[in-house]
Design a protein around this ligand. Structure first.
Ligand SMILES: Cc1cc2nc3c(=O)[nH]c(=O)nc-3n(C[C@H](O)[C@H](O)[C@H](O)COP(=O)(O)OP(=O)(O)OC[C@H]3O[C@@H](n4cnc5c(N)ncnc54)[C@H](O)[C@@H]3O)c2cc1C
Length: 313
């Protein structure tokens, strides 16, 4: 059955940015509607321990997101299990189409659709995600103190991740399919001078090797791109650092983007290139990509939306 729901603030996405926007917009009496999308709770529902959420020395990602949802709901945010399939920003109120058939009209929209790490697509990579395979050195590097790890990739992300991981790991092997890096020169210089980092050129990851009980990584098998020769490298962690893709599908043709598809916001705010449309979290952030920074931007977006709506009256 199709119906139309109007709200002052439509929040699209249910990660830390979305739920925090929900808390703030509810407490500003804006009676927001939050549409959760295909992954209720967002990226943190795909991980186990989170050790950098302030106030929790350690918390399981899915548990944290259940608490955030309950918090937003308790403040009065209406949370709906639906997916927004299109957003019309040319008319006011803005019109968002839900996959359920519901049409949402909104005076202001807060986009919190997040981003996705790019993966290689190997079955063994999938099998050990969260158990030794990661795409976030800031999130998981701390778990590999004194261990040998590998980083896959050859761009800025890979070089930055490899350098950061030397704070914890005893050795970092950087595996790259070519024999030169596509990163800034200053980063390459730092990488080459770092005694803990050993680049391995002309190789690609073939397989992550590990144990089931306890579940964890023991090594990677890598293949030489020219000779096909397979080598096994012992390691406890595998960091796939081949980039991220912001979930910008709803707005990629209408909003100003930068840094490879991230929604551009005015410095120090969450205002996008269209008045009344705000963006927060990983969708706008090619740099920090953390739960706490996303939550902070969700707060900013709700406050920015509140001020903007007040100005319109
Ligand atoms: C495995 C893993 C481990 C991590 N560990 C940590 C950690 O330890 N500490 C840390 O701080 N960060 C960690 N991160 C990063 C952290 O999860 C992200 O920075 C954070 O979740 C980003 O929040 P967000 O609200 O911007 O978006 P996301 O969490 O990406 O959520 C995006 C939301 O948008 C929704 N959505 C997308 N498209 C639509 C649509 N069309 N309609 C409706 N909804 C839509 C999705 O369903 C989802 O709910 C980790 C990430 C991963 C993948």
């Amino acid at each position: 059955m199709s119906d139309t729901r109007h709200t002052r603030v439509l929040i699209i996405g249910s990660g830390p940015a979305g739920y925090t926007a929900g808390v703030y917009a509810s407490r500003a009496m804006l009676e927001p509607i939050l549409v959760q999308g295909i992954e209720p709770g967002g990226q943190l529902t795909t991980t186990t321990e989170v050790e950098n959420w302030p106030g929790d020395t350690e918390v399981q990602g899915p548990d944290l997101m259940i608490r955030m949802e309950a918090h937003a709901k308790a403040m009065g945010c209406e949370i709906i299990g639906d997916i927004i399939t299109s957003l019309d920003t040319t008319q006011r109120p803005f019109v968002a189409q839900g996959d359920s058939g519901t049409t949402y009209t909104a005076d202001a929209v807060i986009l919190c659709t997040g981003a996705r790490a790019k993966w290689l697509g190997l079955p063994s990579e999938e099998a050990f995600k969260g158990f030794g395979v990661s795409a976030c050195a800031t999130c998981d590097g701390f778990f590999y103190r004194g261990q040998e790890i590998v980083v896959i990739g050859g761009g800025n992300t890979a070089v930055e991740e490899a350098l950061f991981l030397t704070n914890f790991a005893s050795k970092v092997t950087l595996i790259h399919r070519r024999d030169e890096l596509r990163a800034e020169k200053i980063l390459i210089d730092r990488l080459m001078k770092n005694p803990k980092i050993a680049p391995l050129w002309h190789h690609v990851l073939e397989e992550v090797v590990g144990t089931d009980n306890p579940k964890g990584v023991e090594a990677v098998r890598v293949k030489h791109v020219e000779t096909g020769e397979i080598t096994e490298i012992p390691c406890k962690g595998v960091f796939v650092a081949i980039g991220h893709a912001p979930a910008n599908e709803l707005v990629k043709d209408v909003l100003e983007l930068h840094n490879g598809g991230y929604v551009k916001v005015e410095a120090g705010s969450t205002r996008t290139s269209i008045p009344g449309i705000f963006a927060a979290g990983d969708l706008t952030d090619h740099k920090y990509r953390q739960a706490v920074t996303s939550a902070g931007m969700g707060c900013m977006a709700a406050l920015d939306a509140e001020h903007w709506l007040a100005e319109q009256e």
